[in-house]
Design a protein around this ligand. Sequence first.
Ligand code: PEP
Ligand code: MG
Length: 569
Amino acid sequence: MSTIGVADGSAVTEVRQGVGVSPGSAYGPVVQVAAPVQPPQNEEAPADPAAASEAAIASFMHVAEDLEARSARADDTARDVLKATAMIARDRALHRAVTKHLGEGNGPATAINLAIDEFAAKFEALGGYFAERVTDLRDIGSRAMAHVLGRPAPGVPPFSVPSIILAEDLAPAETATLDRSLVLGIVTRAGGRTSHTAILAAQMGIPAVVQLPGATEIPAGTPISLDGDTGEVVLNPDPEVVTNQRLRRERRAAALAEVSGPGSTQDGHPIALLANIGGAKDAELAGAEDLEGVGLFRTEFVFLSAAHAPTLEEQTAIYSRVFAPFDGRRVVVRTLDAGADKPLAFANLGEEENPALGRRGLRLSQAKPELLETQLQALAAAARATGADVRVMAPMVATIAEARWFAERVRANGLPKAGVMIEVPAAALRSAQVLAEVDFGSLGTNDLAQYTMAADRMEGELSELLDPWQPGVLDVIAAAATGAKHAGKPLGVCGESAGDPLLALVLVGLGVTSLSMATSKIRGVRLALKTHTLEHCERLAAAALAAEDPEGARAAVRAAATPELVALL
Ligand code: PEP
Ligand code: MG
């Protein structure tokens, strides 16, 4: 953190360094996302319990009205959830429970918290639909407590001026429901390069920085500028900083606009450039771009706020909308990757000690085969209804038997091409045998880094270990690429590493055949490929593998890449 001057005599200009995770720059006022509220310790009993009860019930009504107002602005799935949640906030039995706890001598926030605990236990005991609503119930409690305590409501506050959102971290569902037209940028104190906040921000084309020191203490309304490429954030920037940032953005955009068309190295080796998407809105945006299709459709993103498993008809309609913009182009769909960092209310096998190592991804599909079956049927129906070249792959495959099991189901549903994500080191090391069972593979370098380095991808403090430039991770990628070559199967990359122009060159040098990333990153990677031959990429890969650590690998590749590319980074 450094202070570099005073912009207008009152506001101090200050530069802070975070990690850039979604390209582009932004300038605007800060909107702070408030953390969930807890009742104060030893909260005093109210002098007038009847008046306190009235105030607490008014707080629940306020929460219900707020949720209803938000539901009017939300998309289809989020709308139903918000309306249903508002109904819980209006529930008389819940209000009576609060009144009872107030009568027992508890303070207002404590009484609300006790009532919510009581209802959460009841909902859990009822199971099914009710158990799935416990998170919403706790959110209601947190909002009602904030209201009685006169604190800001947790979550993203309403705002109407284009702003930069600052938070400790954002839940995937929270990020997905942000209004793109009002959010200029996102900054978080926590999170990492591959946390889903970072992934969603890049997919939505919103510049973002994670791991910014003191991000949550910056007062609301403070003007800041952020650079999602370098991770630099400037508080109260003087006009020159803002202008320079804008000029840099324009220079870069002009250079990137000069290359277009299918991805290929300078000497003409094709490397398909594909988009990572999370739903119909992303598909519409990506479909209008100069790219060869979709390399990763994260289907679980569509259902982040769904309380029930979506029906065959609902899924068919959604997938048809996603495929429609890609007539004649490929769309690689990943079946539900629920669990760990992407929990789905309807695909939940209960608490686990280590969710990232638990029954997630394909393991969850094997435990709930009816979910996979319905999804495959819907994908097949949507594929038939549109002209997209649909290919389906499974997440978190570890063994040959799992790859075979999945491919059989895909083909039984009449879908022509089955693939697997290579994101577990065991599958990477045995990729020749695993890929022999399917038509293609896609390296998920986010999880591959997590599992190779034994470092939780949600743990911002471990981001150095999670760096995809770690030579150990590159070794595992190299092994997977060699195996794919032996099996004669294409192997792409769809983790965040594919969107880093220098690392993309290394990946191509290691033998990967396609790169899938947030749409906002495609142009930079296309230019990187166009300015390097395959042989040059192989030399860059060798230089990265020879390094001792990520910094060494990055520096070696930067030093050996073409100056034309390096000047733009
Ligand atoms: C990955 O793990 O690299 C990947 C692409 O999948 P996700 O980030 O959704 O886990
Ligand atoms: Mg993954």
